[in-house]
Every structure is written in structure tokens, then in C-alpha cells.
Write a protein that binds this ligand. Structure first.
Ligand SMILES: C[S@@+](CC[C@H](N)C(=O)[O-])C[C@H]1O[C@@H](n2cnc3c(N)ncnc32)[C@H](O)[C@@H]1O
Length: 313
């Protein structure tokens, strides 16, 4: 399972009972492998309900599987036209198909994805994908503090894309006051249940940082959250503003050997090391560590990753 790809279909009712039924039948046919018949039913559903984003999106996926690139692009464009918030992530599919240039991930898509995954998130991530992001961040932060002979204790920390709270659980003894920010209300509910956060906020993480006063944090963490941002510059700038002098920003990211930033097949962005170094410098932060370390596996192999710690000097 990948947290980039919508494995369970997102069905947002068209409001038309017959169109919804056609969609359900189409899904059954799709699962049985009869893609041509499924596409036909989806077309019927969109004729009945032209604003049926789930049907357009699924049609796009089927066209893509059938190798009908232009028709897939047309269906994904339709899905986004009728749902400009793009909760199915049609724009990401268009980027992967090379029909659009790289841009940000629709917040409505991220929210829908993680609201849907919240109940099984920890089992899927930790047990199935060997997720180790928080532990890697913890080690890196301790090492960065040791190197400058400062205690690894932080009064005020912000956990960006906090999810169910795995990072705060790992850092709990080293932090006095944790703030968690996440787009997904269902993930936030689970984070709340850990009892590790003094404050939790449902917000886009760059916006959440923007709402915080200058020099109000000693540690900013982002465990497996940068993979949902194409451009890291706005977040790094805000983190630099919010950190107090001597404060640390620590994050994991996925990486690759090519140029700059790419969107992978798993619908997560990967940033190359040179891009990360340049973005940190441009934000006015000083790089303390940048280690080639993988935070999780995919298909039983470690996904190339970086663990980064930067200081506000
Ligand atoms: C893979 S989970 C990681 C959760 C947690 N940090 C951990 O280590 O277990 C990514 C989380 O980031 C959140 N997220 C992704 N993009 C976001 C954004 N732009 N703003 C706020 N939260 C975001 C998702 O809702 C999800 O809960």
C-alpha cells in the first residue's frame, strides 16, 4: 500500500441514484478486469450526471490502464473541471501523464486521502512499510545537538503533517509543549487521543506556520510530510521565521538522482539533495545534517530518502 495512491475508490455521490448505481456496477466490472464495459458504464453515468467527478476520475484511470492516453487526459481534465478542489487528485494524474507541468498537491485530495486512511494508517505504515521516519529524525536531532554541545531538550515544538502523532510520541520526553498541524481532521482526532499535543490544528502546514508568531518555536518537525509539497521554499521560509535563534528544523524527504523535484508513480514528490541544500540556504537556515537514509519501504525495498536537520543561527 502506498499513501500516495488512492487504493480504495473515493466515491462522492453524484446526487443521481441511477448514475451512482452505474458507477457501482462499473467498479465491479473494473475489479473483474472488464475495463471496456466498465468505461462504457462510466460514460453512461456521466451522461446522466455530467458533474460526477468520481465517475470522470475512474474513467480516466481505466483509459490510462487501457493505454488510451489522450482519452485518459480528457477524463482527468473533466474530473477536475467539475470538482475544482480536485479531491480525487486528477491534477496529479495529469502531471504524471506529462499533460501538465509539476505543481502543488490539491489540499482537498490530501485531506480525502488521509481521512480515508486514518483508521488503518499506523498498521499500514509501520507494519507493512517498515516506517521509521520519527526514529530517524530523533537520532538526527540528538546528533545535531551533541555536535554543538547543546541539550536535546525543546520547550516548544511544532509537528507539521503530524498525522496520528507518531513523531510526537517519539519526541515526547524531549519536548515541553507540542503543537500539531495537519490537513486531515481524522488524523488530527487520532493525534489528539495520544495526549502528546498541547494544541492541534486542522490546517495546511505552510498556512499553519504563517499563523504562528516569529521566534515562537524551538523545534519544527516534518516526518514524511515534505513528500506532499513540490516547492519546499514557502515552508522553509516560514519555518525559519517561526524558529527561535538556535532552533532546529528536522524533516525526512524522498529523493532521487535526477534534477530538482519530481512526482513519483506513488504520487509523492521527491527532492534531490542539491535542491534541498539550496532551498535551506535560501531560507536563511544553516544545514546541520543531510543524511541519505530511507524512512520507509516500498515493494520490500527502501525508498531513497534524506534526513535533514537545519538550524536557525
Ligand atoms: C505519511 S503521513 C505522516 C504522519 C506523521 N508525520 C508520521 O510521521 O506518522 C503525512 C501526513 O501529512 C499530512 N499532510 C500532507 N500534506 C499536508 C499539508 N500540505 N499540510 C498539512 N498536512 C499535510 C497528511 O494529512 C498526513 O497526515
Amino acid at each position: 500500500m502506498s499513501f500516495g495512491v488512492q487504493t480504495a475508490p473515493l466515491l462522492i455521490s453524484s446526487g443521481d441514484l441511477i448514475a451512482d448505481r452505474r458507477f457501482d456496477f462499473a467498479r465491479d466490472l473494473q475489479l473483474k478486469g472488464d475495463l471496456v464495459a466498465a468505461a462504457d458504464l462510466l460514460l453512461q453515468a456521466t451522461e446522466l450526471a455530467p458533474g460526477f467527478a468520481s465517475a470522470w476520475f475512474t474513467l480516466g484511470e481505466i483509459r490510462q490502464t487501457l493505454g488510451e492516453r489522450e482519452a485518459a487526459i480528457a477524463a482527468f481534465c473533466k474530473a477536475r473541471d467539475v470538482d475544482p478542489d480536485d479531491c480525487h487528485g486528477a491534477s496529479l494524474r495529469l502531471m504524471l501523464l506529462g499533460a501538465e507541468k509539476l505543481s502543488g498537491m490539491p489540499p482537498a485530495y490530501v485531506r480525502a486521502l488521509f481521512d480515508q486512511y486514518a483508521p488503518k494508517f499506523e498498521t499500514a505504515l509501520v507494519d507493512d512499510l517498515g516506517y521509521r521516519g520519527p526514529a530517524l529524525l530523533f537520532k538526527a536531532v540528538l546528533a545535531a545537538r551533541l555536535a554543538v554541545r547543546k541539550p536535546a531538550f525543546f520547550k516548544r515544538a511544532i509537528d507539521l503533517g503530524c498525522g496520528t502523532g507518531l513523531a510526537a510520541s517519539t519526541f515526547a520526553k524531549e519536548v515541553d509543549h507540542f503543537i500539531g498541524i495537519d490537513l486531515s481532521p481524522r488524523m488530527i482526532e487520532r493525534a489528539r487521543a495520544t495526549g502528546h499535543y498541547a494544541q492541534l490544528e486542522v490546517a495546511e502546514m505552510v498556512e499553519g506556520l504563517r499563523g504562528r508568531p516569529e521566534t515562537s518555536a524551538d523545534l519544527v518537525l516534518a516526518a514524511d510530510a515534505m513528500v506532499y509539497l513540490s516547492d519546499l521554499a514557502p515552508l522553509l521560509r516560514e519555518a525559519a521565521r517561526v524558529l527561535a535563534p538556535g532552533g532546529l528544523l528536522a524533516f525526512t524527504s524522498e529523493t532521487h538522482d535526477g534534477e530538482g523535484v519530481v512526482l513519483g508513480e506513488g504520487l509523492r514528490y521527491a527532492h534531490n539533495a542539491a535542491y534541498v541544500r539550496a532551498a535551506i540556504a535560501a531560507a536563511g537556515l544553516t544545514l546541520s545534517r543531510l543524511d541519505d537514509l530511507s524512512a520507509r519501504n516500498e515493494d520490500n525495498a527502501p525508498v531513497p530518502g534524506l534526513v535533514v536537520v537545519a538550524e536557525k543561527t
